[in-house]
Design a protein around this ligand. Structure first.
Ligand code: 13P
Ligand code: SF4
Length: 365
């Protein structure tokens, strides 16, 4: 079995009890200064220390709301820590246990490539185009979107952000995740012929001028290598074995996986759906394995199965270990700040606009 960049088979790793003990002590000692945020894909031995856990949307709102702590310790990946730095107060500092914890999906779109595409599209189209960036993107793309009157979205609010954009413009330019963008557009009833893929480094993204003029949604050709691995065959196999199974998948999965699932949603929405189902329910879950395993433990009276036979792990999420968390806390305790994630002020100014736009749209009824 070969794995793409950023994905690995699931391995259940357990930390040293001494490390766990020391983190607990330091957390207590630094409690006036630090808040620990943790994404649902973090390892169990890391997420146990999170003051607040959540999906990307919840964590960005928490970073905006928790203004009293000097340090936000972000157990997640770089784009999440960057978003926290953009949206938190100026005096707050964001640190991450593993400085190299990136997101292979975010890496698909550079500012230069997106700006070139934007210019090419606008050289053909007279209509208003609204740019939307998935939160899984670099800070400078959020800034680009802020400058061009668009919005950030997450997997939990993409539908609302699409509605908002469709009321304001004739076309949506969505990056970097082709699947979240495509799944959302399809769920809105947009004709598949009006959803086109923009291939990086190709003239007009590999499309004809007519295709671009006719398009309602233009999707960047990025994807999450962890979620792309789930297949319809996985779903057929589980449905055959468990005729009553319900399949729930993350919208970063391929379009055919989503259209063959019973439900789809963000990590928090997946947890909520399983939580709300009666005991005895059987679920096949298409998302990262740490969360699937945690769900099994949280709901022992329900049968929770991964869509993948071996479990797809996001390696960068898993690269935040208790040892690395302990190390940054020890440094903070001694007055040294390491692994700080900072977004420069110019980028921050406009990135804040697009992140706040998302929060504003999402909080409207
Ligand atoms: P959520 O916002 O649903 O937690 O997703 C984040 C992510 O990176 C999924 O791969
Ligand atoms: Fe990025 Fe995919 Fe990992 Fe989420 S699971 S952080 S989208 S690589």
């Amino acid at each position: 079995m070969t794995y793409e960049n950023g994905v690995g088979p699931f391995e259940d790793l357990k930390s040293d009890s001494q490390v766990v003990y020391k983190i607990k002590k330091l957390k207590e000692k630094l409690s006036n200064k630090i808040i620990i945020l943790g994404h649902h894909y973090q390892r169990d031995d890391v997420i146990q220390f999170a003051d607040i856990s959540g999906d990307s949307f919840k964590l960005s709102k928490e970073a905006a709301m928790n203004k009293d702590k000097e340090f936000i310790v972000f157990c997640g990946v770089e784009f999440m820590a960057e978003s926290a730095d953009i949206i938190s107060s100026d005096f707050q500092k964001v640190v991450i246990p593993e400085i190299k914890a990136g997101c292979s999906l975010a890496d698909f779109a550079s500012l230069e490539n997106v700006e070139n595409a934007w210019q090419e599209i606008n050289s053909i189209v007279d209509e208003k185009i609204i740019p939307i960036t998935y939160i899984n993107s670099t800070a400078n793309l959020k800034s680009f979107v802020g400058k061009n009157n668009g919005s950030v979205c997450t997997s939990s609010n993409a539908s609302k952000i699409f509605d908002w954009a469709m009321e304001r413009g004739e076309k949506i330019f969505f990056f970097p995740d082709q699947y979240l963008g495509g799944n959302t557009a399809i769920s809105k009833g947009i004709d598949k012929e009006k959803i086109i893929l923009w291939k990086r480094n190709k003239k007009y993204g590999g499309n004809s001028k007519e295709d671009i003029l006719n398009a309602k949604v233009i999707l960047w050709d990025g994807y999450c290598s962890v979620h792309k691995r789930f297949s319809v065959e996985d779903i057929y196999r589980l449905r055959e074995e468990y005729p009553n199974i319900k399949i729930i998948s993350h919208p970063e999965c391929k379009n055919e996986v989503i259209s063959n699932s019973d439900e789809f949603g963000s990590t928090s929405q997946i947890i909520q759906a399983i939580n709300d189902s009666p005991d005895g329910s059987i679920w096949g879950v298409g998302t990262e394995h740490h969360l699937v395993n945690r769900l099994k433990e949280m709901y022992p009276k329900k049968t929770i199965l991964s869509l993948s036979k071996i479990g797809n792990q996001c390696i960068t999420m898993a690269s935040n270990t208790p040892e690395k968390l302990l190390y940054i806390l020890e440094k903070l305790d001694s007055g040294e700040i390491i692994n700080q994630i900072t977004v420069n002020d110019e980028v921050k100014e406009f990135a804040k606009l697009s992140l706040n736009k998302m929060i504003e749209i999402t909080s409207k009824k």
